[in-house]
Design a protein around this ligand. Structure first.
Ligand code: COA
Length: 697
């Protein structure tokens, strides 16, 4: 059905106006002027003729099949037009009209009604509240803007209409070639996943760019995006923390939606754009270049300064620069003076002319060691920027244009003019070395995505669902919407998560017996549904050493609790194994309004909160995604090896993240979970959850 929307043979413009300047007039004019090869049918009850076309008084009068009806009548008239379209057998509607769900409950009701009508007739709706559709390959401009994009192979789908038009203009400056531009508006029916699916099968689209403000169905988006057969670049706007869940839970308070989106998009194999510039840069490289076949990036420059700047940026982007192999060095040496450098960056020095650029770029592109090439040029008095530009383009053409290359020209008007000619020849070029490196990093990210494949979550078979069910039901039966600590640990244990052994004693004697079983010293804590902050109540003792102390501590804890809250129900006192100190980390889970259960990882202690150094993924999380998530935090160096300590057991950690993600997926009633702290030990030594909280929805 989307085929008829996006590749229509006939288009009706309903609300085509006789008056130039009105939206309905402009849409019709743009459609005609841009050269749509199919039939165009203006519809307006006034009849007559507009721009040389006969006007039909209603859709029902059109003497042909109508694939797409573009609707530009006021909101209150839209329902009757949708009804007419249904009776006519129109396949798809693009509703430009505003005044629907974006305006409040009344508009939302109107929107619901038109969707219902369309569904009844089997029609699809794009919008409402859109600027329309443009296609350079199909010569469609069904929008009220005459500004059509620079032709090419990128399809942009945008939730903002105005920005879509502005971007169409900017494509001429950036030379980002566009196939289709789709305004998606209120997404009353057609959503991002629907369009993604369509464009996977569209051969004229090589890259998909998404401008997203908010997703309606986050999970469906991830499912569809991760199966993409072409690069997807997404610019997510509105990254406020509003979507975060209530701050009751520690990790919940950190679930800023920006971080969740970022994690989810990574999981969905989507290339993330930081801002509008980055969005354009990444779409450009991905549409022009193939991902590198190996990770070796070689930088060629004529200026030490830009070379150093590019080296800095490479490091920031996680691109490791290695010196080229001996034979390539020898080749490169031929094109530089004695005082040049054959290391990486290769410095041709300010003496370099077009001849040196041609020679070195050719040598690098033809050497198998080089995966991707960065060519930098600093304007000098000695050489003509245009000649250098031509030399780079020629070398690239002569090499067969197979390896990715990004260029940066730094200089004045003459240099910028030369840069434009490089851009026009389909080579990404930037006005600073950092931008060139950033764009290349986008391409390399996509290379990694391709390598990663499409991992499916394989559930752990050794989990005990029944045991979890029993614990949750028991808590519910007592009218509780949270688990006591030992219950939370039992739930984790049932899912194969190693926890510090924790048992409840209801008398001092029982405590002694349990301590004997666990092994001294132990940790002892109050167990009461009425005491949340156990330490404040004097209800936590760490390192209880002797049996006598265990007995005394039991009594002391009960006494303190009674003093703290006389009416508190006291279940008993836990006797817990004293886990050895490790690196303290947190694994948590919360429910995101868009994505459902999400899992969080961060280091323990106050730094996690201060630095918001937490990574997120949507559950369930494969061990592969869990590893990425662990390596993504800023403090990753602490996972070692660090200061003489051996590396931490990341293998055990990623398994636990994965298991917890399965737990919160299997039990949707778990609304928040915190394993905090988790003691993470050295490689091969595993980890242990020392404290845990679970809140039920
Ligand atoms: N079938 C077909 N045409 C009809 C009709 C019907 N049932 N009823 C009325 N019309 C005609 C009108 O006669 C008029 O044509 P005319 O100028 O020749 O008389 C035309 O439809 C438009 O109606 P009008 O009442 O003049 O509305 P308008 O042009 O002032 O506004 C919209 C219509 C859709 C442009 C406006 O309601 C709107 O939504 N604007 C915002 C659009 C926007 O910005 N969208 C993108 C956001 S990113």
């Amino acid at each position: 059905m989307l085929e008829r929307l996006l590749n229509p043979r006939t288009i009706a413009v309903v609300g085509a106006s006789h008056k130039p300047g009105k939206v309905g007039h402009e849409v019709l004019r743009n459609l005609i002027n841009y050269g749509f090869p199919g039939k165009i049918y203006p519809v307006n009850p006034k009849g007559g003729e507009i721009l040389g076309l006969r006007v039909y008084r209603s859709l029902l009068e059109v003497p042909d099949e109508v694939d797409l009806a573009v609707i530009v009548v006021p909101a209150r008239i839209v329902p009757s037009v949708v009804e007419d379209a249904g009776r006519k057998g129109v396949k798809a509607l693009a509703i430009i009209t505003s005044g629907f769900s974006e305006t409040g409950p009344e508009g939302a009701e109107l929107e619901r009604r038109i969707v219902e009508t369309a569904r009844r007739y089997g029609m699809r709706i794009l919008g409402p509240n859109i600027v329309g559709i443009m296609s350079t390959s199909k010569r469609i401009n069904a929008t009220f803007s005459g500004l059509t994009p620079y032709p090419g192979s990128v399809t942009i789908i945008s939730q903002s209409g105005a920005l879509l038009i502005a971007m169409a203009g900017r494509t001429w400056i950036e030379k980002v070639g566009i196939n289709d531009m789709i305004s998606i508006g209120n997404m009353s029916d057609i959503t991002f996943p629907d369009l993604l699916q369509y464009y996977y099968g569209d051969e004229s689209t090589k890259v998909i760019g998404l401008y997203i403000e908010g997703l309606k169905k986050g999970r469906e988006f991830i499912e569809v995006a991760r199966r993409a057969n072409k690069p997807i670049v997404a610019l997510k706007a509105g990254v406020s923390r509003r979507g975060a869940l209530a701050a009751a839970s520690h990790t919940g308070s950190l679930a800023g939606s920006a971080a969740v989106y970022r994690g989810a998009f990574r999981q969905a194999r989507v290339v993330w754009a930081n801002d509008l510039d980055d969005f354009f840069d990444k779409m450009l490289v991905l549409s022009l270049l193939r991902p590198p076949e190996n990770g070796h990036v070689l930088i060629i420059t004529n200026g030490g300064g830009v070379g150093v700047l590019s080296t800095d940026e490479a490091e920031r982007q996680g691109i490791e620069l290695e010196d080229p192999p001996k034979d390539l060095k020898e080749e490169l040496r031929k094109y530089m003076p004695e005082f040049g450098s054959d290391k990486n960056p290769v410095d041709l020095t300010g003496m370099a002319t077009d001849k040196e650029y041609y020679g070195t770029v050719s040598a690098a592109l033809s050497h198998p060691w080089v995966g991707a090439l960065v060519v930098l040029f600093c304007e000098t008095a000695l050489t003509s920027p245009q000649k250098v530009a031509d030399a780079i383009v020629r070398a690239y053409d002569d090499s067969g244009r197979t390896k990715p290359i990004v260029v940066s020209f730094v200089g004045g008007p003459e240099t910028m003019k030369a840069a434009d000619t490089v851009k026009e020849r389909g080579i990404p070029i930037y006005k600073s070395p950092e931008l060139a490196l950033r764009a290349l990093a986008g391409l390399m990210e996509y290379a990694r995505i391709l390598k990663k494949g499409e991992p499916e979550f394989r559930p752990f078979g050794d989990v005990d669902r029944e045991r979890v069910r029993r614990v949750l039901d028991a808590a519910r039966a007592e009218g509780r919407s949270f688990l006591l600590e030992h219950e939370a640990k039992e739930v984790l244990e049932a899912y194969g998560v190693p926890v510090a052994r924790t048992r409840v004693a209801s008398s001092p004697e029982e405590a002694v017996a349990l301590a004997r079983e666990t092994g001294l010293p132990v940790v002892m804590k109050i167990v009461s549904p009425d005491i949340v902050h156990k330490s404040d109540a004097g209800g936590v003792f760490v390192g209880v050493r002797t049996e006598e102390e265990v007995r005394e501590t039991f009594n002391k804890i009960v006494e303190n609790a009674k003093k703290y809250k006389p009416d508190a129900r006291i279940v008993g006192v836990t006797v817990q194994e004293l886990a050895p100190q490790g690196l303290e980390v947190i694994v948590g889970a919360t429910r995101d309004p868009q994505f459902g259960p999400v899992v969080a990882f961060g280091l323990g202690g106050v730094m996690v909160e201060a630095l918001k150094d937490v990574s997120f993924r949507v559950a369930p999380v494969t061990p592969e995604d869990a590893e990425e998530m662990v390596r993504e935090i800023k403090a990753r160096d602490l996972l070692g090896p660090f200061r003489g300590q051996k590396p931490r057991d990341v293998g055990a950690l990623k398994e636990v993240i994965s298991r917890i993600s399965q737990l919160v997926t299997d039990f949707p009633e778990i609304s928040e979970l915190d394993a905090n702290p988790v003691m993470l030990y050295g490689e091969g030594e595993g980890l242990k959850v020392v404290d845990a909280r679970i809140i039920l929805a």
